[in-house]
Design a protein around this ligand. Structure first.
Ligand code: ADP
Length: 488
């Protein structure tokens, strides 16, 4: 229900405390009272902003959808907060910031960034857009409360969203890391399991071989195995078809030369897989008696198998160690103060962390020699993450990412380029504004570039520029090489 507003309704409202009778009378004529029942919705998030509201009595609950869930973001009440002053707002005026809503989207001509609904019966003063701007012109006293309250609100919003963006970053990082670790750790577990059985098999064959072989034969097999382990005589199949043919050939050879045995299939698979083909087997058969050939082949294949499993374990462990190294380099866990930073190392650590996102991206590197730059490594890595993440998004996950570093007029220049959709000219000036995003709700915070610019300009006294046309977007970061090392 919409009702007429009386001067009495507004004179005790904090925001209008300094207005004179003439101004109050104008407001009484212009504003309207909106009465809401408990839980009645005033406006929805994303709806075009049409009104500025001041809570006269009762309370509004402000909600925002975060990751698909509606969360309470704030409250606006006629009574004001119970205690405490808001930073930047005079103590006796701090209540006012909690009494109004809708000013921000009206000022920038946008949508309501949150939803609002009544908590209990609530009375509001409503001013439409024109009336709101006339209020600002006719009643300049309002600015004194409105501006600091606005600044405080933006700061709060920004730090909340900044924390969220950081958490999102951490989530992406953890997911990427888990994905990358999954493969080598599965290999490690599988190989360790197989190794136990392979060592037992090898011990069995070795015992038999020890019982059967004469010294010349023992020497011959030892020489063959040593040569194969060193890679001599190994012929790995070129593709899956060749591999299958090699297994068949070796299997046939085993049946002919060592007799039919159910274990032949497994031996053939191991030998062929390790690149041990018929020439090596023939040469072995020429050097040992036919009666001991099966034991010789058994020893040979299990030695190769154990060696291959150890190599798998070594490679998987090295991959895990490299991931741990790049995670440490990325987050710079053990050092936080400003220091001399190797930019290329940071960029490469970032690429390693983002590897799962980059599987369909060609990376072109053009790194010139660069001296270290004074800075905060983990914050700079956050910058590279934001720029690379955006570039990959702009290319829909596939395309060419260009990374270049060079030196220019006392600065280190890092360029991150992509051949994605590009930024339309009318959008370009807005890129670094807080909360500007073209991504879907829940995907973009619109803070990445804003925080990136802060890190570059405020923390590192550098600059960041962007040039873009369809298929060619480049962000160029400039960082002074001769900076001051401090601990702040
Ligand atoms: P977010 O990534 O959360 O949207 P950012 O501040 O990082 O926030 O980016 C703001 C917007 O800038 C993006 O939504 C996108 O529209 C645009 N943008 C950033 N980088 C690029 C790029 N390389 N190519 C095209 N558009 C980009």
């Amino acid at each position: 229900m919409t009702l007429v507003l009386t001067v009495d309704d507004i004179r005790h409202t904090e925001l209008f405390a300094d207005l004179d009778d003439r101004q109050l009378a104008w407001l009484g004529d212009t504003g309207r009272v909106v009465e809401l029942a408990d839980r009645q919705v005033l406006f929805e998030e994303g709806e075009r902003a049409t009104h500025f509201y001041v809570v006269l009595t009762g309370e509004l609950i402000i909600t925002k959808t975060i990751d698909g869930r509606s969360e309470i973001y704030g409250r606006r009440s006629g009574a004001g907060p119970a205690a405490g002053s808001i930073l930047g707002v005079p103590a006796d005026r701090s209540a006012a910031a909690h009494q109004f809503t809708g000013e921000l989207p009206l000022l920038i001509g946008g949508d309501y960034v949150a939803g609002a609904a009544a908590n209990g019966p609530t009375r509001l003063l409503a001013l439409d857009r024109d009336a709101f701007f006339e209020l600002l012109a006719r009643c300049p006293q309002v600015w004194r409360v409105l501006l600091p309250a606005l600044a405080w609100r933006i700061r709060t919003f920004e730090s909340q969203a900044g924390r969220r963006s950081m958490l999102e970053g951490l989530g992406t990082l953890a997911a990427g890391l888990a994905h990358e670790l999954n493969n080598p750790s599965a290999v490690l577990l599988g190989a360790a399991n197989q190794l136990r059985a392979a060592v037992r098999e090898l011990a069995g064959w070795s015992t038999r071989w020890g019982e059967l072989a004469v010294p010349d034969e023992a020497r011959e097999l030892a020489t063959t195995v040593t040569a194969l382990l060193a890679g001599d005589g190994i012929q790995k199949p070129a593709d899956a078809l060749a591999a299958a043919e090699a297994v068949d050939d070796v299997d046939d050879w085993l049946s002919t030369r060592c007799g039919d045995d159910p274990a032949n299939g497994e031996l053939a698979a191991i030998l062929a897989d390790q690149g041990v083909g018929l020439p090596v087997l023939e040469s072995l058969a020429d050097s040992v008696r036919g009666s001991v050939l099966p034991a010789a082949v058994g020893c040979l294949s299990q030695s190769m198998h154990v060696e291959a499993l150890v190599t798998d374990i070594e490679e998987a462990a090295a991959r895990i160690a490299a991931l741990v190294r790049s995670t440490k380099a990325y987050s710079n866990l053990d050092r936080a103060a400003k220091q001399q930073v190797d930019l290329v190392k940071g960029i490469e650590a970032t690429l390693a962390m983002l590897a799962p996102k980059l599987s369909n991206v060609r990376i072109r590197r053009d790194y010139a020699d660069l001296p270290p730059v004074p800075g905060y490594p983990s914050e700079l890595n956050q910058v590279w993450t934001n720029l690379i993440d955006n570039a990959v998004d702009a290319m829909n996950g596939r395309g060419e990412l260009r990374l270049a570093v060079h030196q220019e007029a006392g600065c280190a220049v890092v360029e991150v380029g992509d051949n994605g959709s590009g930024v339309p000219p009318d959008v370009l000036p807005k890129l670094f504004l807080p909360f500007f995003t073209t991504k879907d709700i829940g995907r973009g915070t619109g803070l990445g570039l804003h925080l990136t610019r802060d890190v570059i300009t405020q923390r590192h006294h550098g600059s960041i520029d962007v040039t873009s046309k369809p298929g060619d977007t480049t962000f160029a970061v400039r960082l002074p090489i001769q900076g001051v090392l401090d601990h702040g």
